[in-house]
Design a protein around this ligand. Structure first.
Ligand code: UDP
Ligand code: MG
Length: 320
């Protein structure tokens, strides 16, 4: 069998405006690959997705693919986001083990062999668990990911420490299963776990972003959180119903109380008005939160029924 058409390992890297990082990334990555995966049984390929970069990332990647036959570049026609970019590359992978990592060198490529070894041991999904995230990751960056981790643990029921780390390895079966999922708002680490039989985590080093800026603002993170909440669980909807029943119960008791009060103190009926206002405002607020949450689900249903493609590939660049 031609090892090139059927490599052992596929590395997947989403790229969005990473021109400053690509040279170092490629240098370190190719060094790791040639050092650790030199024998024919461990042949490899690298698939970059250019997620509509506006800088020189695309020509730089195409140049790498021109000189290295084991590199392919999936070119998107515009920016679709990190997870779509990873999916775009997943559709191209041929390897038995698939590793994803970020281009900004926050995930050291030197950790790849560790993850691959775990998959060879028989695990379907191997997550990286970032060590020492105290560095320069600001409070506003680590706090949301702490919340994301906690909520994800609850909603998906899988107890991993770190869902945010994109340095991860998957067996081919899990990747194929994920490719069958057509939903738009998919958070890959959580999605992968729902198809995996054996999941593990390995501690990995974590660095600051080498150059350029993070593509995630607070808003994108909030969005990601809603994705997680709504695509993996109906619990929030069920909680709304429970909450409604409880409030209705309390309201009924209050009504009984007010009726009794009226009979006991026929002259003092106006006193309770402001308490009622307070209670009313509280519940009106709750209702809006509930509407919002329903809206999130409905909006997502709307996006699904339109059934637009998750991304459009303009071209796959590879050496002939
Ligand atoms: N990325 C992408 N499309 C986007 C945003 C990000 O392909 O719309 C890539 C980006 O180039 C990087 C990875 O996803 O390789 C992670 O992005 P970033 O470092 O900005 O995220 P953070 O580390 O801040 O979570
Ligand atoms: Mg980053």
């Amino acid at each position: 069998m031609d090892p090139q058409s059927n490599p052992f390992l596929s590395i997947v890297i989403p790229i969005y405006n990473e021109e400053e990082n690509i040279p170092t990334l490629w240098e370190r990555l190719s060094r790791v690959l040639t050092e650790h995966f030199a024998d024919p049984a461990h042949s490899w390929e690298v698939i970059f997705t250019d997620d509509g970069s506006r800088d020189r990332s695309l020509p730089m990647l195409v140049e790498i693919a021109r000189t290295e036959p084991r590199v392919r570049v999936v070119e998107f026609n515009r920016n679709y986001g990190q997870h779509s970019a990873i999916f775009g590359a997943f559709a191209e992978v041929r390897g038995q083990v698939v590793v994803t990592l970020d281009a900004d060198l926050q995930n050291p490529p030197e950790e790849i062999p560790k993850l691959v070894a775990k998959v060879e041991e028989g695990f379907d999904v191997v997550g990286g668990w970032r060590q020492g995230r105290t560095d320069n990751d600001s409070f506003f960056r680590t706090m949301p990911s702490k919340i994301v981790n906690a909520v994800t643990r609850k909603t998906t029921g899988v107890k991993l420490h770190d869902y945010g780390c994109m340095l991860r390895a998957y067996s081919r079966e899990v990747v194929d299963a994920m490719l069958l999922c057509k939903e738009r708002s998919s958070f890959i680490p959580a999605l992968a776990n729902s198809f995996a039989r054996r999941i593990t985590e390995v501690p990995v080093a974590h660095a600051e972003r080498a150059a350029g800026e993070s593509k995630y603002g607070v808003w994108k993170l909030i969005n990601l959180q809603f994705d997680l909440l709504t695509s993996f669980s109906l619990l929030p909807l069920q909680m709304l119903s429970v909450f409604g029943v409880v409030t209705a119960g309390i309201g009924f008791l209050l009504f009984l109380g007010l009726v009794a009060y009226r009979f006991l103190h026929p002259e003092g009926t106006a006193q309770g008005v402001f308490t009622l206002f307070a209670i009313l405002f509280f519940f009106v607020g709750c209702q809006f939160v509930a509407f919002g949450l329903l809206g999130e689900y409905i909006g997502r249903i709307y996006q699904e029924v339109r059934d637009r493609p998750r991304y459009m590939v303009r071209k796959v660049h590879q050496q002939k």
